[in-house]
Design a binder for this molecule. Structure first.
Ligand code: NDP
Length: 318
């Protein structure tokens, strides 16, 4: 499969590493909005030349930011390429899906949208759990892990040199969830912990701004710890994450059945990139079947993610 990558951040770097070690995948180019020559790397190409590769790439991974990059750029790119993205702005996914579906159909292209782990594998597991256990409660627990969005929000505060935010689920709730099943609000089930590098004189103001930040930190219980640049570099530059989707359902005679799906990730971008690569195999199957338009994890047959034949899948996995 001939692959292109658009955007070279955390996710882009993980995609590259995983593609380069996979003998079935051939990385054609990585497209960037920055000066491609500044990378001193012959895989880097300016995004301005993307259209020259229209017939040289089977699937293009969009490893762009979800806040503004994807909504602005993906609807243009899908006119000429089959794409996979990890767009994670949950509230806007329905409109994004509609738009990509419409443009992809008109241009005989396939867009695999909003894959990854949440949205992505967690979404699929919420669906399966609720389809099986129709009466019950579903809760999602994130972490312990680094939230890029919350870390960025802290870094935007004046005087903050470096910052990272860990989302920490309340383990006692997870441990007792089978007995105390209900629909929790996420601020009831998670704490937030920030490590910040700044000048001593700014500490009180910065702590105050963090814990009172609407949408991101209020009404969560938030702790802020100030550390040295050396400690930050030593302890807080990895990107672990993970979490659980848990549904507790009631069946007959007060029986409770628990469906639990867990991820423990040393590297959020490496894992998300791995999920995106599995989706690219599905894209090829959709193209083969002329099933153009936008697709998600919720409507893709699981067999599409794997290179094995149907016969082998049944023999190996059923
Ligand atoms: P980054 O912020 O690392 O990169 C986003 C874009 O910013 C890049 O594509 C790159 O574009 C540009 N960029 C990166 N580094 C620099 C730099 N040093 N200077 C200037 N520009 C830079 O984001 P991530 O790769 O960590 O994540 C991408 C998206 O993936 C996130 O927005 C998140 O929403 C989503 N995601 C989804 C998950 C899921 O489960 N669905 C899980 C994890 C992430 P360019 O090369 O063109 O400059």
């Amino acid at each position: 499969m001939k692959i292109g990558i658009v955007g070279y951040g955390n996710l882009g770097r993980s995609l590259r590493g995983l593609i380069e070690r996979d003998e079935n995948l051939n990385l054609v180019k990585i497209f960037t909005r920055r000066d491609s020559n500044s990378f001193n790397d012959d895989k880097m190409e300016s995004i301005k030349n993307l259209l020259e590769y229209k017939d040289k790439i089977d699937v293009l991974f969009l490893s762009l930011g979800s806040a503004t990059d994807i909504p602005e750029m993906a609807p243009e790119i899908i006119k000429n390429f089959n794409t996979v993205d990890a767009y994670d702005n949950h509230a806007h996914i329905p409109q994004y899906f509609e738009k990509m579906d419409d443009i992809a159909r008109k241009n005989n292209k396939v867009a695999f949208v909003s894959t990854g782990w949440d949205p992505g594998l967690f979404s699929l597991n919420r669906l399966i759990a609720e389809s099986i256990l129709t009466k019950g409660h579903t809760n999602t627990f994130w972490g312990r892990g680094v939230s890029q969005g919350h870390s960025d929000a802290v870094r935007r505060i004046k005087g903050v040199k470096r910052a990272v935010q860990y989302t920490i689920p309340k383990e006692e709730i997870i441990e007792n969830i089978k007995e105390n099943s209900k629909d929790y609000k996420s601020f009831e089930t998670h704490n937030r912990l920030c490590y910040v590098v700044c000048e001593k004189k700014d500490e009180d103001r910065i702590r105050n701004e963090i814990v009172n930040m609407e949408d991101y930190f209020k009404p969560y219980e938030t702790k802020v710890k100030f550390i040295s640049e050396e400690e930050f570099e030593r302890e807080h530059t990895n990107m672990p994450h993970g979490g659980h989707v848990i549904r507790v359902g009631e069946t007959l005679e007060n029986n409770r059945e628990m469906y639990k799906f867990t991820l423990e990730l040393d590297s959020n971008p490496d894992f998300t990139a791995s999920v995106m690569i599995s989706a690219s195999r599905a894209v090829l199957k959709y193209v083969e079947n002329k099933n153009y338009g936008a697709h998600t994890v919720l409507d893709t047959p699981p067999a599409y993610y794997n290179v094995l034949s149907h016969e082998e899948l049944i023999k190996n996995y059923l």
